[in-house]
Design a protein around this ligand. Structure first.
Ligand code: IVH
Length: 697
C-alpha cells in the first residue's frame, strides 16, 4: 500500500483504518460473525483515536470514533416524516389471515388498473414482527455538488411519534453499532441505492442487553423494566447519548424509500436484499411466498423459533411484495391494505399459587416469590414467579391458593399478571399472605422505611446478605473472580472460612483444599484470581461494596468525582449530590453506609489487603464557577433536577430564592414570584435555551 503524500498520518491512511474498522463493525454488529478478536478490534480503534487526536482536522462525522457525541441533549426536535409511519392491522387466527388474503386477491383483480396477466399473481414477503420501536433513518450525500465524496451519510433519525411527526433522535441512534454512519459509494452501487434515501426499520433491545440492563437497575435499587420494548423506547428517548451507547440497542431495516417517501424498489424482497447489501442489518428470517398455506407454515416455524432468537418478536408481518400492487391496494384510514400483522398470543398460562416465599437479597431487600404449580409456557417449565414487593401483592389482591395468569416474555423472569376470578366450586383453600416480621434466614427484625416499597432485613450480618454480597462482589462486572460461584461461596460460608468479604483476601491453599471438589489446580487458580482482583479499579471496588442504589454507573461517577475511597468516605450529602445522577436518596444511602462501623472495618481490611483505593479524577468544568442560579417554573425539556445537575457540574451554584447575590434566574413556564422579584432586582433572566447556550460555552 502506498503512503499518502501528507506524511505518516495522511488522509488516506486514516481513511483506510476507518474502512477497516467499519468492516469489522459490520462483521460483528450486523453479521454477528467477527473475523478478529475483541482485543484486536480495540487496538485498531485505539490507533484511530490516536491518529485523530494528532490530526483533528482529519476527523470526519462518520468516523467510527464519532458515534457518541458526548454532550447531553437538551431535548428532541419534532420533524415531519416524508410519508406517514403507519401501523398495521392485526389478525390473531388462521381464519382471519385467510380472510385478509382473500380480500387482497379479490381487490388485486377488481381495482382499477388491474392487470390480470401480472398483478393478480399476488405474492407476499413474510418478515418477523420485531418488538421494538420503529425508526426512520435519512441518508444523504455529502454537501456540495463538486464534493469528491460520493458516499451517503446518516443525516437524521426520527421516531415514529404520532405517525406524521417524529422526534429527532439522531445523536442517540448514531450510537447503535448496526446503524451505518455512512454507506460507501461502492456499497450504494452494489445495492442499487441512490445517495439520498430513507431506511425504515425497528430499534430493539436484544435479550442479553435487556438482562444486563435489568441487573443494573436492580443494583441501583430500581424496579426491573417490564420488557425489552420499553427498554428500547425508554433508552432512545434519554438525553444522554452516552447512556444509549451502553445499552447495546440494535436496528433491523425493513423499508427502503426515496426521499419523498415512495418505495425505492419494485418489490419488497428486492428492497430487503438491497438493504442487506448496503450494510444494514436485515433479519435473515424472511421469505417470499405465494400462497397462504405456506405463509401459515412460516408463521408456525416463527413461533417455534421465537424463544431462542435473542430478541423479542411478537408476530409475523405479511406484506404484499409488489410495490405497484401495494399502491393500488392503498390504505384504509390509518393502516395499509397491503400488509397485515399476525400476532402471536401472549406467552402466558394459568396456574395456581401454592405458596409465597420470601428471598433475601444482598442489600437485605426481601422479595416475595410465588411458588407455582409447574406449568409450561412457550416450551419452558415455570415454577416460580416474582411478585416484586408487598404493594404488588396488594395490587393483585393475591392470596395463596389463587389461580393466576403468569406471563413470560423472552428471557424475562416470569411474573404474575393477574388473579383469575375464582369459581364457586374451586375446592382449594385460599388464605392471606402476611409479610414476615422477621427475616426468614436470620430471624432479625424486618423494616419498611417510610415512603419505600421494599421490606428489608436490618441485620448487616445476615447470612443471606453475606452470601449474596459475596457472589455480587466476585461477579464478572464487579471484581471478576472466576471460579467463585455459588457452590464455592456456600462452602466457604458454611465452613466458616469467610465471615466477611474481606476474608476472601486471607484465604490460603489448605483452606480451599479442605472444600469439596476442589483440587490443587483449582485452588491455585482461585487464589490467583483473588490476587489479581486487587488490581481492579476503585469504581469496581465501590460497586462491589453493595451500597444501596450504587450501581455500576454511579460507582464510576463517584470514583471519577472523588478520586479516592478516603475522599468519598469523608464526603457530606451535599458534596455527594454534586455528582450527576446522585440525588438525596442515593447520597443518604452512601452516607449511611459509611457511617456504619462494620462497613468501615470492612473497608479498612480491604485497604490492608491492597485493593485499589484511588482513581483518576475527572477534570471538572468550571465555566460557571462562582455564579449563583435560581430555577423557577417548568422548563420545556429539562427537569429541575437535570438543570440543577448541569449547572453544578459546570461549577455553578443553585439557590432556592432570589436575592441581590443571584446572578441568573432560569425561568420556565408558569414562573411565579421569583421571576417578579428577579425583574425587580434587575437580575438577568434566562430561558432554557439561553441556559444551555451558557453551559456549552
Ligand atoms: S412494516 C405500514 N415490518 O410493528 C407498515 N413493521 O403495527 C408499517 N414492526 O409500527 C410497518 N417488525 O414498529 C413492519 N418487519 C416489520 C416489523 C414491523 C416490527 C413494528 C413496527 C410497526 C408495527 C406495526
Amino acid at each position: 500500500m502506498k503512503k499518502a503524500a501528507s506524511g505518516p498520518a495522511g488522509v488516506r491512511d486514516i481513511e483506510h483504518l476507518r474502512e477497516e474498522i467499519r468492516h469489522h463493525e459490520y462483521q460483528y454488529y450486523v453479521l454477528d460473525s467477527p473475523e478478529i478478536a475483541d482485543a484486536e478490534f480495540d487496538l485498531l480503534m485505539r490507533s484511530l483515536k490516536q491518529l485523530e487526536a494528532a490530526h483533528p482536522e482529519l476527523v470526519t462525522a462518520d468516523s467510527p470514533t464519532q458515534r457518541v457525541g458526548g454532550k447531553p441533549l437538551a431535548g428532541f426536535n419534532k420533524l415531519a416524516h416524508s410519508r406517514p409511519m403507519l401501523s398495521i392491522d392485526n389478525v390473531n387466527s388462521e381464519e382471519e389471515l385467510r380472510e385478509w388474503d382473500a380480500r387482497v386477491r379479490s381487490l388485486a383483480t377488481s381495482l382499477p388498473g388491474a392487470n390480470p396477466g401480472k398483478d393478480n399473481e399476488v405474492s407476499y414477503v413474510c418478515e418477523y414482527k420485531l418488538d421494538g420501536l420503529s425508526m426512520a433513518l435519512h441518508y444523504r450525500g455529502a454537501a456540495g455538488p463538486e464534493s469528491n465524496d460520493k458516499s451517503s451519510h446518516l443525516q437524521r433519525a426520527l421516531t415514529r411519534g404520532d405517525g406524521s411527526i417524529g422526534e429527532d433522535v439522531t445523536s442517540n441512534v448514531r450510537t447503535i453499532r448496526s446503524v451505518p454512519l455512512s454507506v460507501s459509494a461502492k456499497k450504494l452501487a452494489a445495492a442499487n441505492l441512490p445517495t439520498g434515501f430513507e431506511v425504515r426499520g425497528e430499534v430493539v433491545m436484544p435479550a442479553a442487553a435487556f438482562l444486563r440492563w435489568n441487573e443494573e437497575r436492580e443494583a441501583a435499587g430500581l424496579a426491573p423494566a417490564a420488557n425489552p420494548r420499553n427498554g428500547a423506547a425508554g433508552t432512545i428517548r434519554t438525553l444522554e447519548p452516552n447512556l444509549v451507547a451502553q445499552r447495546r440497542l440494535d436496528f433491523y431495516a425493513y423499508f427502503a424509500l426515496k426521499p419523498d417517501g415512495t418505495n425505492l424498489f419494485d418489490d419488497q424482497a428486492e428492497a430487503l436484499d438491497a438493504l442487506s447489501t448496503a450494510g444494514f442489518r436485515v433479519n435473515p428470517h424472511r421469505e417470499a411466498i405465494r400462497d397462504i398455506d405456506r405463509v401459515l407454515g412460516f408463521i408456525a416455524r416463527a413461533e417455534e423459533q421465537r424463544v431462542g432468537l435473542g430478541y423479542e418478536i411478537d408476530g409475523v408481518v405479511i406484506k404484499v411484495a409488489s410495490t405497484a400492487l401495494q399502491q393500488r391496494l392503498g390504505y384504509t384510514g390509518r393502516a395499509p391494505r397491503w400488509a397485515v400483522a399476525y400476532k402471536f398470543s401472549a406467552r402466558s398460562a394459568v396456574t395456581r399459587v401454592e405458596d409465597i416465599r420470601v428471598q433475601v437479597g444482598r442489600t437485605g431487600k426481601l422479595t416475595p416469590v410465588a411458588i407455582l404449580t409447574p406449568v409450561s409456557i412457550g416450551g419452558t417449565t415455570v415454577a416460580r414467579a416474582t411478585l416484586h414487593n408487598a404493594d404488588e401483592i396488594a395490587r393483585l389482591n393475591l392470596k395463596i391458593g389463587d389461580l393466576v395468569t403468569v406471563e413470560r416474555g423472552g428471557d424475562v423472569i416470569p411474573k404474575v399478571v393477574e388473579v383469575v376470578p375464582r369459581k364457586d366450586d374451586d375446592p382449594h383453600a385460599r388464605h392471606d399472605f402476611h409479610f414476615p416480621t422477621h427475616c426468614p434466614v436470620c430471624n432479625s427484625e424486618i423494616v419498611r422505611a417510610e415512603g419505600e416499597v421494599d421490606h428489608r432485613c436490618v441485620n448487616v450480618d445476615c447470612p443471606a446478605r453475606l452470601s449474596e454480597s459475596l457472589l455480587h462482589f466476585a461477579s464478572r462486572k464487579v471484581m471478576n473472580i472466576e471460579g467463585l460461584g455459588e457452590a464455592v461461596a456456600t462452602q466457604l460460608l458454611e465452613q466458616g472460612f469467610v465471615k466477611s468479604i474481606a476474608d476472601l483476601y486471607s484465604l490460603d491453599e489448605p483452606a480451599l483444599l479442605s472444600l469439596e471438589r476442589i483440587g490443587e489446580k483449582t485452588a491455585q487458580a482461585l487464589l490467583a484470581q483473588i490476587e489479581q482482583s486487587k488490581r481492579n479499579p476503585l469504581k469496581r471496588v465501590l460497586f462491589g461494596l453493595g451500597i444501596r442504589f450504587v450501581g455500576e454507573r454511579t460507582a464510576q461517577l463517584l470514583a471519577e468525582e472523588f478520586g479516592s475511597m478516603d475522599a468519598l468516605m469523608a464526603a457530606t450529602q451535599p458534596e455527594l449530590e454534586r455528582v450527576n445522577e446522585v440525588g438525596p436518596r442515593v447520597s443518604q444511602a452512601i452516607r449511611e453506609f459509611f457511617d456504619e462501623h462494620k462497613n468501615i472495618e470492612l473497608i479498612e481490611r480491604l485497604r490492608k489487603a491492597g485493593l485499589t483505593f484511588t482513581a483518576e479524577r475527572k477534570k471538572k468544568s468550571s465555566q460557571l464557577e462562582g455564579l449563583t442560579f435560581v430555577l423557577t417554573g417548568t422548563l420545556p425539556n429539562l427537569t429541575r433536577e437535570d438543570a440543577k445537575a448541569r449547572i453544578e457540574a459546570a461549577g455553578g451554584r443553585v439557590a432556592g430564592s432570589v436575592s441581590k447575590k443571584t446572578d441568573y434566574v432560569v425561568a420556565g413556564e408558569e414562573a411565579g414570584s421569583k421571576l417578579d422579584k428577579a425583574t425587580g432586582l434587575g437580575v438577568k433572566i434566562l430561558d432554557e435555551e439561553a441556559l444551555l447556550q451558557l453551559l456549552s460555552n
